[in-house]
Write a protein that binds this ligand. Structure first.
Ligand SMILES: *Cc1c(COP(=O)(O)O)cnc(C)c1O
Length: 401
């Protein structure tokens, strides 16, 4: 057998939707995208969703909407993908990277308290593997430090505290304490990239909790302006007979979602509950199979939470970085594609150049060293799952684990 790491789960339903869009005569942002936004909002129980070209675009536009820029600080964990940090750099703000907790990929909340300054405008928690962060704890800390917040524009004054922008690229559909991702943070950004749980090939979305004193439709309009050249009419409305005239209200950006993408998304969203269920079934099989191995696993399901089952992270106790790399090669030779999530950002050239040192992030380094991510996706068959389990247990045995 040859098991890829994360192929997309595409059926005839997605193909039909795309063909329908192609035949319709309208292929970029239009009715399908608007319908996808409405259905996403209904799924999450939020008022509005803005679909964009990626989660990276969604996070960057949120920072721009909040007027975050040079002189401002944005706090994030070191254990994430580069996009969480690069968007902070794009807007000219200063990334403040925190170490994670001991044996838990969430940011260290004690360190968070110490990192909050008068310049802190936004905190970006990451729902790694699709497991929601402790947002109750996060908001408690932000309330405690409300006095330090110094807003420098209207929207920041409306919040009157640090804003929570969740990188929930992995977390679509994840639940904690009865609340689904999208309902926790002030703004939540999702990725529909090809390897994510729900895909539109490339794509992303942002949803938000209503901001006191701001209409949700105005916030939505701001996202549309920012993502479509600051043009007062989108192409769909502009091409209607007699409706040619428009204004440009700011030299903005271009990162809208197309109706072709939205078509794929609509078909995926319909199938999503079953896709999530399948992911949890596989996690259950993995958890049971590796129970007696010398490994640490994350909790994807418990009394108060259920993850989106995006990634299956396994940490092999006592394993060195080199042995972990050998383990991945052994699995590859056996036909199982494994991965690592993540090499901490301070180990990457770009962030070393910005002055980050991995020595300042001991927990992130420890978490990374012995971590291996196994294939986990809705298309895996029971037979493939058994094969992966057998090969992983075989490989672990060779290392005495
Ligand atoms: C995939 C991913 C992103 C980026 O998503 P795009 O839609 O490709 O921009 C951001 N953060 C995390 C944690 C991711 O895994």
């Amino acid at each position: 057998m040859n098991i890829p790491f994360s192929p997309p789960d595409i059926t005839e339903a997605e193909i039909e939707q795309v063909v329908e869009v192609l035949r319709s005569g309208w292929i970029t942002t239009g009715p399908k995208t608007k319908e996808f936004e409405k259905r996403l909002a209904a799924y999450m129980g939020t008022n509005k969703v803005a679909c964009l070209s990626s989660s990276t675009a969604a996070m960057e536009l949120t920072l721009r909407l909040l007027g975050v820029g040079p002189g401002d600080e944005v706090i994030l964990p070191a254990y994430t993908y580069t996009a969480t940090c690069s968007v902070i750099c794009h807007v000219g703000a200063t990334p403040v990277m925190l170490d994670i907790q001991n044996d838990c990929p969430e940011m260290d909340y004690d360190k968070l308290e110490a990192a909050i300054t008068k310049k802190t405008k936004v905190i970006m928690p990451v729902d790694l593997a699709g497991i929601l962060c402790d947002y109750n704890k996060l908001y408690e800390i932000l309330e405690k430090h409300r006095g330090k917040f110094s807003p420098n524009n209207d929207i920041q004054r409306k919040f009157d505290r640090i804003v929570v922008l969740a990188d929930s690229a992995h977390g679509f559909g994840a639940v904690r304490d009865g609340k689904i991702s999208g309902q926790w943070a002030d703004f939540t950004c999702f990725s529909f990239h090809a390897v994510k749980n729900l895909t539109t090939a490339e794509g992303g979305a942002v949803t938000w909790k209503s901001i006191p004193g701001v209409e949700d439709t105005d916030t939505y309009k701001r996202f549309m302006d920012l993502s479509l050249h600051g043009q007062t009419k989108d192409a769909f409305n502009k091409t209607r007979a007699g409706a040619w005239e428009y204004d440009i209200i700011s030299p903005a950006y271009k990162c809208n979602m197309t109706d072709i993408q939205a078509g794929i998304g609509l078909a995926q969203l319909k199938r999503y509950p079953q896709m999530l269920e399948r992911r949890q079934e596989i996690i259950k099989a993995y958890d049971a199979a590796f129970e007696k191995n010398n490994v640490e696993l994350l909790s994807h399901k418990g009394l108060n939470h259920c993850s989106s089952g995006h990634l299956y992270l396994m940490r092999v106790n006592g394993m060195s970085e080199e042995e972990r790399n050998q383990l991945i090669v052994k699995l590859a030779d056996a036909g199982v594609a494994a991965n690592v999530h993540y090499k901490p950002l301070p180990m990457m050239t770009a962030y070393k150049k910005l002055g980050f040192h991995i020595a300042d992030y001991p927990n992130a380094l420890e978490f990374y060293k012995n971590e291996v991510t196994l294939p986990l996706y809705s298309k895996l068959t029971d037979e493939q799952v058994s094969f992966i389990i057998a090969e992983v247990r075989n490989a672990l045995k060779e290392f005495g684990k």
